[in-house]
Ligand binder design. Structure first.
Ligand code: SF4
Length: 387
């Protein structure tokens, strides 16, 4: 005899007042929703861009990038027609550049498969490059009011506290339970406001640190608040180990132009431009690193000059210290004729004023800013010796 399967665990405890949860949340959102550009238009193209841009990005910063992006690429067709360099340049500083590349790939698919019209169906949205289950739910519900949940980190945190979940929220079974809870709680007739309200509550009130429980509309329903466990919810697994990386790179000038190269498609930061350089090996001085890296990456013999600056950036779990130097070709070396593309897809010699047209990883982008305001730059470009 086959045994009867026990039912899947419920997302929401039976005694939680779901009607009160919905009405309290919706009322709060209607009074407290932030005025954001994509909320005004509800254009699915805008909602999609905002969702992709806001991943790992603070709201204020996201709005600034969104506004610039929409001004340059007002619709899907304009984004589809853009070059990768243009899109990456507008994305410069936001990090996680695969998001920008996926936007372009998705724009192409939207033009080819959907005639430039954003699909309403959540499965069709989910099939676009760079769109996961959360993003698909967010676009479908916010743009089209489709009755699907959208569970991001804010929502996970709110629900883990309201339901007082004492296991790590990143565990697949716990995540599934919280997703089931979000689906049960969803007000299917008002998915747009409900999903945005839950995310907004997580961002503004039920914040990661110092949640404002006295001002929270869900306070009377919150098990974490009732049991005094808010500070320990959600339960998080320890983060990945932080790795510190020291790097050095060199800015080479030749006949008034500056050498830059484009990173390979299969490398970290593909398609972005950089000054040649790399990770310092043990016992190596930064000047030695850049001389070695120039030879390995470009085949050029160079001599390190004075420092330009030290830039500190983060990339996932890496904390990078980048030291930038002026450098010069060794006597008798002609960089234009002799440079090789050993670790790059393309190289150029550009005027300093042209550097702002290219997208660089954040450390190199900040080095560009330092370089362009460095009073030694004219003498460096003229080939004079500088200190
Ligand atoms: Fe979060 Fe506090 Fe509101 Fe509970 S009462 S949902 S912990 S802000």
């Amino acid at each position: 005899m086959p045994r009867k399967r026990s039912p899947a665990p419920l997302g929401v405890p039976p005694d939680l007042d779901i009607a009160a949860f919905r009405s309290r949340l919706l009322e709060w959102f209607s009074a407290n929703a932030r005025d954001l550009p994509w909320r005004r238009s509800l254009d699915p193209y805008h909602v999609w861009l905002s969702e992709i841009m806001l991943q790992q990005t603070q709201m204020e910063r996201g709005v600034a990038y969104f506004t610039r992006f929409i001004a340059r690429f007002p619709d899907i067709a304009a984004l589809d027609a853009a070059s990768e360099d243009e899109v990456l340049k507008l994305w410069e500083g936001l990090g996680y550049y695969s998001r920008a590349r996926n936007l372009r790939r998705a724009a192409r698919e939207l033009m080819e498969r959907h005639g430039g019209v954003f699909p309403r169906d959540v499965q069709a949205i989910r099939a676009l490059p760079g769109v996961g289950p959360y993003t698909a739910g967010a676009i479908a519900s916010v743009a089209f009011n489709a009755p699907v949940p959208a569970v991001d980190a804010n929502v996970l945190r709110v629900l883990a506290r309201v339901l007082d979940i004492d296991e790590p929220v990143s565990a697949p079974a716990v995540k599934r339970r919280l997703e089931a809870a979000a689906a049960e709680l969803l007000d299917r007739g008002a998915a747009r406001a409900f999903n945005q309200g839950l995310m907004e509550l997580g961002a503004l009130v039920c914040r990661p640190r110092n949640p404002e429980c006295p001002a929270c509309p869900l306070g009377p329903l919150c098990l974490g608040l009732a049991r005094g466990t808010v500070q320990s919810r959600p339960v998080l697994k320890p983060g990945p180990e932080i790795i510190r990386v020291d790097m050095a790179c060199g800015v080479l000038a030749w006949q008034g132009r500056i050498f830059i190269q484009k990173r390979r498609k299969n490398d970290v930061w593909p398609g972005l431009w950089e000054f040649p350089g790399g990770v310092m090996e043990q016992g190596e001085r930064p000047e030695e690193t850049l001389v070695r890296e120039y030879m390995e990456e470009t085949g050029l013999a160079v001599a390190a000059g004075p420092p330009i600056g030290v830039l500190r950036t983060s990339y996932t779990r890496y904390r990078i210290t980048l030291r930038g130097y002026f450098c010069a070709a060794a006597p008798g070396v002609d960089p234009v004729a002799e440079h090789r593309l050993n670790e790059a897809d393309e190289a150029r010699f550009v005027e300093p004023g042209e550097l702002s047209r290219f997208a660089f990883p954040s450390g190199h982008a900040r080095l560009v800013t330092k370089l362009l305001t460095d009073l030694r730059l004219p003498a460096f470009l003229a080939g004079e010796s500088i200190a």
